[in-house]
Design a protein around this ligand. Structure first.
Ligand SMILES: [Zn+2]
Length: 617
């Protein structure tokens, strides 16, 4: 398999620069469908960013200057989308450039004329109101409601909408940045960060380890820092700092137990910024500074597996990165596996298995949703011509996890851990695609120990192979018996639920028996006040079921609407809109969506636009 990879690399080179003398310092990049760049000709290696964040006009303006590895090329190509290019320089002198045809997914290639000795290019640019990475929040959309807020979301291919860049995950660059913001605000990035505000709003940053462009991130707001340990801490708006600090007080323990499993944490600092509720993801693993939704602040530390997940990305994803979005499962499947191991190490097997069982049910529902397009349930995808976000679903996460868990149970934990440790070590600060992983797995685990395993079936075929690991949870069995008893006896016994965790409540709500009636839902709601739950996860699954079972008690319709207007986390809101759609209530969904849409980041809005067939007036 390794040989095939090398041949492939050379075939690609034939198209572009095979006739030229090869510069050995340039790695052979694979062909990648979501970037116009041709890094085998000329690749960026370091970025110096110098920008001004203009809240009045909601634009970022400045220059992106790159050191390049130049393989005697006459042109270097960057990805751009919805960016205005003012001027381009090569080694400090103005040079010519063209913007190629616009593609709705990929944007436009910025083709910059260089000569074979060019070492640095500089692009002077500004963002536009169409930018998809940036979300500019009005003060009313923040927690403290006094100052505006800005955050970026680069994954998968949105960094090109705020920085002209070779926006492919197989590119790795270091960066320095100079960022000017209004003096009452603080700027933080996926880099070495300030802990206090500067008097003039000017911030400088340094990311010394090479990262993929989708991991460049910026947040600007009226935020404060509070340390958890000497290498972990929290950024958040003033009224959120203490709550977040309490919720995430196990951060240092998480880093320590992750290191005990798979080796030294490579990024020195591990901080989390809690963003306003419109943040489209649970978390985003921006190196040194995870971006997180406030919906995981439950008050009882019950949703902190999200932090374990983002931390695990410091190895799988940030240190060893998927080479293309077709290999996204290598980022997410490994991360879910690692997350479960951290949770098991810190909180025990019961907790980890409950989380795994919830993921298993998500996977079942995802596969059912793809019954007309089974190819979408393969781990290795083919997303050419599609938005890479199409692959960001439970298949990569939960099927990827199930594959690795099954593999672990087949070979034994000790051998598997040794293998994973060497996998992270050998591929640190590099990118990997599925075929390279399979070859490494064969050489270093399966053939080495004479073990047969149906790897190809797991990776390249639809659905779930028969040898899948069976995930059992005694706690969930008890939950299932409890809900059946409540329905059968028409009474609620609160002593049976008094020590339940969030995971048990989620399982309870998602596994109502088929014969449950509206009266039972009202009985359960009155007893446990689910409609008014302060735990956003429990509220979300309860709202989904309320729509499924047509339950309208306790003002739940208003609560669902309020939730959808306030929260922008894509997983949560898409689950609820999907429930409306499934139950022939698209009109209701659209009526709410029209009020909520302006609060959503483009990542969430694009998903819901497609789901509901929404077109802007
Ligand atoms: Zn992840």
């Amino acid at each position: 398999m390794k040989k095939i990879t090398l041949v492939l690399g050379c075939l690609i080179l034939l198209n572009s620069s095979c006739s030229k003398k090869q510069n050995n310092a340039i790695p052979n990049y694979i062909e990648e469908p979501h970037s116009f760049s041709q890094p085998n000709d000329a690749a960026i290696t370091h970025l110096d960013l110098d920008i001004n964040v203009d809240f009045d006009n909601e634009i970022i303006q400045g220059k992106a200057s790159y050191l390049i590895k130049n393989n005697e090329a006459s042109q270097i190509i960057l990805d751009t989308k919805f960016i205005t290019i003012d001027k381009v320089q090569a080694d400090g002198k103005d040079t010519t450039f063209t913007l190629g045809d616009f593609d709705t997914q990929l944007g436009s290639p910025l083709k910059i004329d260089i000569n074979q000795n060019t070492k640095r290019i500089t692009v002077f640019y500004k963002t536009t109101h169409k930018t998809e990475a940036l979300q500019w929040l009005k003060p009313r959309q923040t927690t403290d409601k006094i100052h505006p807020f800005l955050f970026t979301q680069g994954q998968a291919i949105l960094t090109r909408t705020w920085i002209p860049i070779q926006d492919s995950p197989q590119i790795r660059i270091t960066y320095n940045a100079k960022v000017q913001v209004p003096s009452q605000l603080m700027a933080v990035m996926s880099a070495e960060n300030p802990k206090t505000k500067t008097p003039d709003g000017l911030y400088t940053f340094k990311m010394a380890q090479p990262i993929s462009p989708y991991l460049i991130a910026l947040a600007v707001g009226d935020i404060e820092y509070k340390a958890v340990s000497n290498r972990t801490g929290i950024y958040a708006e003033k009224s959120m700092v203490d709550k977040a600090h309490y919720e995430f007080s196990d951060m240092e323990n998480m880093v320590a137990s992750a290191e005990a499993l798979y080796g030294t944490y490579a990024w020195e600092q591990f901080d989390v910024i809690v963003l306003p509720p419109s943040f489209p993801f649970g978390g985003m693993e921006n190196p040194r500074l995870t971006f997180a939704t406030p919906t995981v602040i439950a008050g009882d530390k019950s949703l902190t597996s999200l932090i374990a997940h983002e931390l695990a990305h410091s190895w799988s994803g940030n240190l060893v990165t998927n080479a293309s979005w077709d290999d996204f499962w290598l980022n997410e499947g490994f991360t879910v596996y690692f997350e479960m191991r951290i949770m098991e190490a810190l909180y025990g097997k019961d907790r980890a298995n409950m989380l795994a069982r919830i993921g298993r049910q998500d996977l079942e529902e995802e596969i059912e949703g793809f019954k007309d397009t089974p190819d979408d349930t393969k781990l290795k995808l083919n997303l050419k011509g599609r938005n890479p976000d199409d692959g960001m679903n439970s298949i990569a996460y939960d099927k990827g996890y199930l594959f690795l868990r099954t593999l672990e149970e087949t070979v034994g934990r000790e051998k598997f851990d040794t293998f994973l440790k060497s996998y992270f070590q050998k591929h640190a600060f590099s990118t990997i695609h599925t075929e390279k992983f399979v070859a490494f797995l064969n050489d270093n685990l399966l053939e080495k120990h004479g073990i047969t395993f149906n790897t190809d079936e797991w990776i390249y075929t639809a659905g779930i192979p028969d040898n899948q690991s069976i995930i059992l949870s005694d706690k969930f069995e008890t939950v299932e018996k409890t809900v059946q008893q409540f329905v059968k006896t028409n009474t609620v016994d609160k002593t049976l639920t008094k020590d339940w965790t969030t995971q048990e409540w989620v399982h309870f709500v998602r596994n109502f028996p088929d014969d449950i009636k509206t009266e039972h839902l009202a009985m359960i709601d009155d007893a446990f006040n689910l409609t008014n739950s302060n735990n956003s996860y429990i509220a979300m699954v309860w709202y989904e079921q309320a729509i499924n079972y047509d339950y309208h008690g306790n003002n739940i319709d208003t609560k669902i609407e309020d939730f959808l207007i306030k929260v922008g986390r894509r997983w949560y809101v898409s689950t609820i809109y999907k429930a409306f759609k499934r139950n022939d209530k698209v009109e209701t969904a659209l009526a709410i969506y029209k009020k909520a849409r302006s609060n959503y980041h483009s990542v969430t809005a694009n998903t819901i636009d497609d789901m509901l067939g929404y077109k802007q007036d």
